[in-house]
Design a protein around this ligand. Structure first.
Ligand code: ADP
Ligand code: MG
Length: 253
C-alpha cells in the first residue's frame, strides 16, 4: 500500500561560517493514512528542519520525501501547488502566523488560494462557519480579530485554517507547547476528534514526550538529527531502548 508520507535517508546539512552542521542525518520514516506519528527530541535535534522539508519550505541535501507516492522535490511548480493542498502546517505560535489586521474569516480562508475552484460567497462562509464549529468556536467568530481570542482559541483558529483545504496530512510543529496544561489537553482532544471526523493524518512534533503518549500511534525519537528509536508509542514509552529516550521521559515538560 502507498504510504501517505514516506521519507527515505533524509539528510540536511547547513553551511556555517565555521564548518558544517548536520541537522538531519539519514532519517527514514513513514506514516500511514489516518495515523498520528510523533516526532520527539530535545531542542536542536532537527524536528523543525524535518517539518519544513515535508512542507516543501526547505530542500534536503540528500534523500527523498514521497507524499502519496509522489516525489515531493520532483514535482513541477504547478503540481507542487496542487499537492500543497493535501498538507498543511500548524505552528507553536499561531499569533505570529495570524495577521492581526485580518478578521478570523479571512485568516481561515487564506490557504484557499491553493484551490483552483475555491468556494466563494455563501459557500465559502458556510465552510468557514462549519470549521469554526468543528474546532469548538462559534460561526460568528469569523467577524472578530485574533487579539480578541486566548492562546488556546487562537490555536483553534490556526487548526481551522489548516483544515480548510481538506488536507490529508497536518504537520503540527510544537502546536501545543506554548499552552498551559489544561488548554494543551483540550487541543490534543480536538486533534483526536478531527482525526476521526476529517480522516486527517498528523505528523506531531514536540519536545515533550508526555504529549506523544496522549495522542500518537507511533513515535520517532531524534537525537542530534539522527533517528535513534522508533516504534508504537506504547512499546517505546514502556520499554525505551535508549538512555536518550529515558532522559526525555524524565525531563520537565
Ligand atoms: P528543533 O526543531 O528540534 O529544535 P531545528 O530543526 O530547528 O531543531 O534545528 C536543528 C539544528 O539545525 C539546530 O542546531 C539549528 O541551529 C540548525 N539549523 C536549523 N535551521 C538552520 C539554518 N537555516 N541555518 C543554519 N542552521 C540551522
Ligand atoms: Mg523546532
Amino acid at each position: 500500500m502507498t504510504k501517505l508520507l514516506d521519507i527515505s535517508n533524509l539528510t540536511r546539512k547547513f553551511d556555517l561560517c565555521d564548518g558544517e552542521l548536520t541537522a538531519l542525518d539519514n532519517v527514514s520514516l513513514s506514516l500511514d493514512a489516518g495515523k498520528i506519528l510523533g516526532v520527539v527530541g530535545e531542542s536542536g535535534s532537527g524536528k523543525s528542519t524535518l517539518a519544513r522539508i515535508v512542507m516543501a519550505l526547505d530542500h534536503p541535501t540528500s534523500g527523498t520525501v514521497h507524499i502519496n507516492g509522489q516525489s515531493l522535490f520532483d514535482l513541477s511548480p504547478a503540481a507542487l501547488r496542487t499537492a500543497r493542498r493535501d498538507f498543511q502546517m500548524i505552528f507553536q505560535d499561531p499569533y505570529g502566523s495570524l495577521d492581526p489586521r485580518h478578521n478570523v474569516g479571512r485568516l481561515i480562508a487564506e490557504p484557499l488560494y491553493l484551490e483552483q475552484n475555491a468556494p466563494s460567497g455563501t459557500a465559502k462562509r458556510d465552510r468557514i462557519a462549519a470549521l469554526l464549529e468543528d474546532v469548538g468556536l462559534r460561526a460568528d467568530d469569523m467577524n472578530r480579530f485574533p487579539h480578541e481570542f486566548s492562546g488556546g482559541q487562537r490555536q483553534r483558529i490556526a487548526i481551522a485554517r489548516a483544515l480548510i483545504t481538506k488536507p490529508k496530512l497536518v504537520v503540527a510543529d510544537e502546536a501545543t507547547s506554548a499552552l498551559d496544561l489544561t488548554v494543551q489537553k483540550q487541543i490534543l482532544e480536538l486533534i483526536l476528534k478531527l482525526r476521526a471526523e476529517h480522516g486527517i493524518s498528523v505528523l506531531f512534533i514536540t519536545h515533550n514526550i508526555s504529549v506523544v503518549e496522549e495522542i500518537c500511534d507511533d513515535v520517532v525519537v531524534l537525537e542530534h538529527g539522527k533517528l535513534v528509536e522508533t516504534g508504537p508509542t506504547d512499546a517505546v514509552l514502556n520499554a525505551p531502548q535508549e538512555a536518550y529516550t529515558r532522559r526525555l521521559m524524565n525531563a520537565e515538560p
